[in-house]
Structures are given as C-alpha cells and as structure tokens.
Design a protein around this ligand. Sequence first.
Ligand code: NAD
Length: 423
Amino acid sequence: MKINVINPLTKESLYDIEPIQEKELEEVYDKAKSIQKKIASLSVKDRAKEIVKISDYLIDHHKTICDRVVSETGKTTFEALSNELFGICDTIDYYRDQAEKILKPQKVHTSLVLMGKKSRIEFDPMGTVLIIAPWNYPLIQCFVPSILAFLAGNAVVYKPSEITPLKGLYEEILDGAGFMKDAIQIVYGGKDTGAALIEQKPDKIHFTGSTRAGKQIMEAASKNLIPVDLELGGKDPAIVFEDVNIEKTANGLVWAAFTNAGQSCTSIERCYVHESIFDEMTEKVVAITKKLRLANPDCENCEADVGCMTAEFQLKKVEEQLKDAVGRGAKVHCGGTKVEGSMIIPPTVVTEVTNDMDLITEETFGPILPLIKFSTEKEVIEMANDSEYGLSASVWSKDLKRADRVTASLKVGNVSINNHMLT
Ligand code: NAD
C-alpha cells in the first residue's frame, strides 16, 4: 500500500512511497553481504577518509538539504541546521580522528589462573547492520548510526520513518559525496517493511523509536538471537535548585523543552523547581516562552523559533494529555491550544500538575513544559526517579558538589549539569 507524505506545516501532499517488495529485500541483503567484505578489507583509516566525504557534501549543500528536512518535519531551518546537519558533521569530525584508536586491539590483563598466557580484545565487524529510525530527526538518525556501523566494518541497511522518509535525499547525499556504493542502502516503507527487514536476519539491529515498537523489535530479533540496540522514549526530568542564575537557567529550560517543538527524546518533560524560586522561575520561563516566534503556515520562509508538530497522531496525543491535566486542575500560563487549522501547538507552560496525570507519567513528545515545586533534595530525587522511563535528565545548581551527588542518584542513562540534552 502506498504511503502519502505531507508537509506538516502547509499540509500540502508531497509524494507517495511504495513499500519495497519481498524479492527486492533479498537483493538488498545480498548486496550488503557482498559489499561488506570490501568494507571489512579497508583499514579503519581508509574508512574514516570515506565518511569525511559525507560531511563535505552536507556543508556544500546545506541549504537545499535543510529545506528538504524542513518540508517533511515542520521544524525550523535553524533546527535542521544546528540539531541535524551540525550534529552529523561534528560526529564525523570526532570519529575521523578517534576511530582508529577506538577500534585497535586492546591488551587486557590476564588472570593468575591463566599465568603465562596473553589476552587481547579485537573488534571484528558484525556484518550487515539494520538501522530503523523515527521521524523527529530523520537526517542525524540515519547518518550517525550508519557512519559508526561503517567505520566498524559493517554494511548498512537503513529504513527511515514512513512519516519523514526524505525520499531520494539520502541517495543524493551518498552518491553526490562519492561515498562507497551500496555500503549504506536505503529501504522505504512502514512498520511492516521494518518487520520484513528483521525477518531477513541482519547481523545486528539498531533501533530508535517508541518503547512500544522497541518491545516488538526485541521480540522479533530474539527469534534469531539478533543483537539489538534500543534507543527509546523518555520523560526527562530537570531539577532546578535555589542557587541558580534565574535568567540563564530559564533560557536553558525553555530551549530544552521547546526545541524541535518538544519532539526530542531527551527534551525536558518534567521540570522540578525549588519552592523558594518557583514563582520567580515560572514568571521568567513564561515571559521568555511568550516571546518565541511561531512558524507560519502561510509563510514557509518566514523566520521562526518554533516549528509545528510533525505527525497528526502525536499532536492528538499531546492535546489529550493537556486536556486531561487541565480537567484535573492544571493551570496553563501560556500556549495551551493548537493554532486553528494547523499542526502548531504554541509552547505551553503548565503548573499545578500531579503525579497521577498522564502529562507527568507518559511521554508527551510535544511543546509542553510542566513546572513542579519541590522542597528537599531527597524529595526531588524520589520524584525524578518515580518514572518508567530513564533516558536522560539534568541538574541545575551553582553547587557542583550537590549537582554531582544528585546526578549519581538519578536512575537515568545520562545526566547534564547546568545544561540539558547533551548526549
Ligand atoms: P515508532 O516506534 O512508531 O517508529 C520508529 C520506526 O520504527 C519507524 O521507522 C517505524 O516504521 C518502525 N517500526 C515501528 N514498528 C515496527 C515494528 N514492529 N517492526 C519494525 N519496525 C517498526 O516511533 P516514532 O513515532 O517514529 O518516533 C517517536 C519515538 O522515538 C519517541 O518515543 C521518541 O522518544 C523516540 N526517540 C528516541 C530517541 C533516542 O535516542 N532514545 C531518539 C529519537 C526518538
């Protein structure tokens, strides 16, 4: 079945994608298998030279590439450039210099019972890596994992989201850059295509997306014992202590809650503020938020700070969570209702929320920032850890000893201090 792709800002229909047929899937994997031998035969240094071609191309063609990303995601041009393009180029710069060191064989200590023997760890390619991506960062979610898999000697099969497939753009970048042919192959389609790609038994799966789909993918992968990386949802807490610089911190919170219209796995979804500065911080956050310029469906090229929601189903979810919270006493300070006839939800700051609201327990993935009061360090650690999620978090304080202590108590994968979303 054809899938129609739209521009979420203008609602214009852009094109259809046709999911790949099973016979073609086999051909994709055959090609991957054969090119992988060539990739593995290259030195890591030569593979590193190959990936630089991609960043060179991205820099030279950033304008047209950003325009394509904007037209399918509804994010702002600045977000496409800073969050996606710069992110890829920065990763390439880093691994260009570090890959050889990271992948070289490592000497390891041999235990006493193996006296007289020597041990080392070697990093071998796995084979074909299947990468399945979501719609919120379609460019970086393709190139960062693909480049890392390639550097480690693997061939890549990449399936973008059916909501933002950027049809033809990946191929244009790879071909235009003169990147090794077929080392990264693109396969279009929805979740059935994703499932069919897993049936073909890749040697490894790197999945980024919802927790719901992550569970299905882990189950499908387990049938053939395929190793999986799962990068799933989040409900990130930010903890703000009483000694922070109000203005600076408020700017940081607003950015981390509303960049990409809140559609970031590690955006701030719960912000705990010390009671002694709660009113002042709320006032400042609301004042900064109200100044943000919204995207305009009638003027695609007008400058904006906040874009629109990318997917209709996500917009409905955000609206439902907000409606439920307001119905149960939450107070909306700004934003709160969709711009009529559009997919734009103005950045929304909410207080008077409780821990039994979906807005506080479920991933929202939209431009909503709930502010919650706390009084003691112990209490706020408990509140932050009281979640099914544990992707990332942030702690804001001038007292770096306290920040380190709180950081160590948070049950999350990654914590930033006096910043957010650094991964
Ligand atoms: P999604 O899980 O619906 O889809 C993600 C991808 O998986 C799509 O390409 C989809 O076609 C495919 N897919 C879905 N079900 C599948 C199945 N059963 N088998 C194979 N493929 C399947 O997620 P989404 O709505 O596109 O993205 C939003 C989610 O992604 C949010 O939960 C967000 O937090 C998460 N995310 C996480 C990170 C991270 O690094 N942790 C980064 C970005 C987004």
